[in-house]
Design a protein around this ligand. Structure first.
Ligand code: SAH
Length: 247
């Protein structure tokens, strides 16, 4: 469902790219644009480049932090122009179109684009369950931001028109929906607090451990109920034993 798909641009420098992205989206049937701390918006240049997609621009949601743009999303894909050293699930643009199309039939999803110069930072990529790379010539892998939005929006439209679906296991029980990004972030913060309280880190590197946990839960895709249970266990380990025991 194209209405369930958010296109998120992080810290865009050139307003022309925001306009180009809006146009690319509208051409492909997408309308929900989120702008995280844009350098210059609203702007004449953005409107000019958007051409007849001014409605996408005027409905754009502007927020301060990436996490705010991802509130309520149960699947988030982050774009990257180069292979990262961080081990994270990674797909190409075609697979990404199929995944976003499939997932968007069940819940809200987001596709996140980075800054023109520096892309997405590692702490932003960590908010994504999967990374996507548009295949390019080896000599030059970095597309213009608006054109990257174009390619991926096209893949989403193609997948939706051809009914192409990514193979996803339906693991959740009835009435238990997948946890949203903000619920997962709440769980990771709780983990961090609990592991500090338990003196778990010692000589271990908290960043490394937390990244591994994100990777694990990113693969597992826990439901809302499962996140509640994990948080219940963390609270118990922290010694807050007064809460009602889970049945
Ligand atoms: N030097 C940056 C490139 C930024 S290009 C980097 O290495 O990440 C600006 C944005 O366009 C990227 O953050 C990404 O959102 C998108 N983009 C550009 N080329 C891409 C590619 N080959 N695959 C996926 N996204 C790409």
């Amino acid at each position: 469902m194209l209405d369930n798909i958010r296109i998120v641009l992080v810290n865009t420098h050139h307003p022309g790219n925001i306009g180009a992205a809006a146009r690319a989206m509208k051409n492909m049937g997408l309308t929900r644009l989120y702008l995280v701390s844009p350098k210059d918006f609203p702007s004449f240049e953005a409107s000019q480049r958007a051409s007849s997609a001014s409605d996408v621009l005027s409905q754009a949601v502007v927020v301060d932090k990436l996490a705010d743009a991802l509130q309520g999303c149960s699947f988030v894909c982050g774009t990257t122009a180069r292979l990262r050293s961080v081990k994270w699930p990674q797909v190409d643009s075609r697979e990404c179109g199929e995944m976003l199309h499939t997932e968007s039939e069940q819940h809200e999803v987001a596709l996140v684009f980075g800054r023109e110069r520096s892309g997405l930072f590692n702490d932003e990529l960590e908010l994504c369950q999967t990374l996507v790379n548009i295949p390019t010539a080896e000599a030059y892998s970095s597309l213009n931001l608006g054109q990257a939005v174009q390619v991926l929006s096209y893949e989403i439209l193609m997948a939706s028109q051809q009914g192409k679906k990514a193979p996803v296991e339906d693991i959740k029980e009835e009435k238990d929906t997948l946890a949203t990004n903000d619920q997962l972030e709440g769980m990771y913060n709780h983990y961090m607090d609990a592991l500090i309280d338990l003196n778990f880190f010692g000589k271990r590197n908290p960043e490394h451990i937390m990244r591994k946990l994100r990777c694990l839960y990113g693969r597992a895709r826990p439901t809302q109920r499962e996140v509640q249970i994990i948080r219940g266990i963390l609270s118990y380990a922290q010694g807050r034993r007064t809460q009602t025991p889970e049945k």
